[in-house]
Design a protein around this ligand. Sequence first.
Ligand SMILES: [Zn+2]
Length: 414
Amino acid sequence: MLVLKNGLMFDGVSEDLKRGHLVIDGAKIVDVIESTSESNFENCPVLDLEGKYVTPGFIESHMHFFTNEIPEPDKRCNEVTPGGEVKENTEYYRVLRGVYSARKVLEAGFTTVFDGGGINFMDAAFKEALSVGLVNGPDYFICGKQITAGQGHFPGLGYDACGVWEMKKAVRKMLWYGADHIKLKMSAPMRMPGRNTERSEFTVPEIEAACEEAHSAGLLVSAHARGAQPIKDFIMGGGDRIVHGTGIDDEGIEMMLNKGLYLYPTIMSPYYMVSDLVKSIKPLSAVKSYEKKGREHFDSVKRAYEAGVKIAFATDSGGMDHFPGDNAKEMLYMKEMGMSNLYILRSATSEAAKALGISDSVGLLKKGYRANIVVLDENPFEKIETALDVKMVIHAGKVVKSIIPTIQLNCNTL
Ligand SMILES: [Zn+2]
């Protein structure tokens, strides 16, 4: 047993903070006691939060543990030669990047992560390694490879399929590797000059075949979609979740609203203000294209949000220029878009859990729920920026980070 006492709790939904205590046993919350008075807890460790703010662990609906288009540029010869040849040891480097990503993301308060595409099924191996404690990281859900019509954004990320039967076969392959969800790539990579992201990479019958196979196994299907038509085709084919949503039109928004579908907005992928790092590495034409696409992306997500499309927190971290551990930066962009702090917090907890189909076990501070908990210094309803600097993280009932001085001492004794 472990007790967190004297916290101000956001339960994942409610607009009121509740003062009280959380009781944890093993990996679960076994009691939430609303109380303004001191309670006596005997025979178990008690951590006094002294009025700090408590939220459910944050949920990342879409990121990538193993990829990074712009790794440490001055050291890049570790995986790619200066001439661009991918070296044969590159996959070891990627696995180690996964170890780093998992730790950074967990320490940033993200206790649940859905990976939107691993490399050569290393996500499946990584999930198993996490589950037996070989590495530390959040609860981790995978899709295997992205199902693609012509290779993916990174080496080893895409699994090509053409036609109805190959789509079924591709989904079965992901199921064989233990996929928790299925990911289709509906649009060409936007940063490949000359490719048309407005064109659907799969036909509606192909999408239907993938969805039928995935749904029969109880899995949701999401799609990388950056164009009005790919979004609409994917929804017509029975797809469940839209990742990015760049270029969505009014008809697409209407379809999402009618079906109650969630959007994974990834506002930071790409954000319209291109960083100095990208400017220093990419050609000017690419930088200009990111700025233009970033603006289009921001406007698309804003229109969808303002029309009432449901939003589940997602960053696409591990893509270009957004790094594991910086996930909560997305909250600042959501705020810029006009979302309230309460909306953002729900989106990163209870709403993301609903979108991902795991709302019976995470996303709330509630009896019986997984003890995934974040402690913040300041009131996140008033200042969302505090979520970028989490003070304590509890994952599955274990304190995995604490930079609260009085609690660090206790941590060692747990
Ligand atoms: Zn992605």
